[in-house]
Ligand binder design. Sequence first.
Ligand SMILES: O=c1ccn([C@@H]2O[C@H](COP(=O)(O)O)[C@@H](O)[C@H]2O)c(=O)[nH]1
Length: 238
Amino acid sequence: MNRSIFIALDFATQEEAIQFLKNNHLTGAPVKVGMQLFYREGPSLIQTLKEQGHPIFLDLKLHDIPNTVYQAMKSLAAIEVDMVNVHASGGFEMMKAAKEGLNEIGSDQSPVLLAVTQLTSTTQDMLREELLINDSMEQIVDSYAALAQKAGADGVVSSVWEAQKIKQTCGDDFLTVTPGIRLKGDQSNDQKRVATPNQASYSDFLVMGRSITQSENPKKSYEQAIKEWNDEHSQTID
Ligand SMILES: O=c1ccn([C@@H]2O[C@H](COP(=O)(O)O)[C@@H](O)[C@H]2O)c(=O)[nH]1
């Protein structure tokens, strides 16, 4: 899969999601399906999106005992999405079990496994005061990424602000998928570690929801995000 921006389809129903894509000429664009839509519509929605040519990131963030995650990943591998994820805080054995579950269908066809390091809605203060973790955000994200890589994950979900360090620690081929993206001037909403597309030079994939889905002109916002990101990337690489 080439580097691309996944549109977060955070809609209540399949009908709304498909209509959004159709009305805005986004059929075939990479999409992220999360809990809201998948818990209601299930695998048939994935089938419909696949028939319309969309690369799919199924963002269910599994977090359970290793055997349960292993069995769940076998089910998810069977619906043939492109990327799935777990919470890295589930630990090494759980992430390893996730990878084994996905590989049951044959490792060359199995979905990419990502591990969520720390949600982009989490701040340093929350880590310290609510979760009783005293290390810095960067240290935690970095060590979770290294653990995820050791367990067999293909990459991580983090904010843009940790992506460079992850690449240094885990290597260029280890994928960095970054939500919390906003176009300049847009509201952050519940996101805390936010960035614009042109700040995302170390990301392999961006995830963008409301800056596109709630824009007055979603197609234009999507194209603007791609342009900003690509311009920045070519400047960094050249
Ligand atoms: O750390 C994470 C992990 C996943 N997400 C998901 O990405 C989108 C972001 O939506 P926006 O509207 O662009 O804020 C959403 O579906 C989250 O569940 C994340 O934001 N942060």
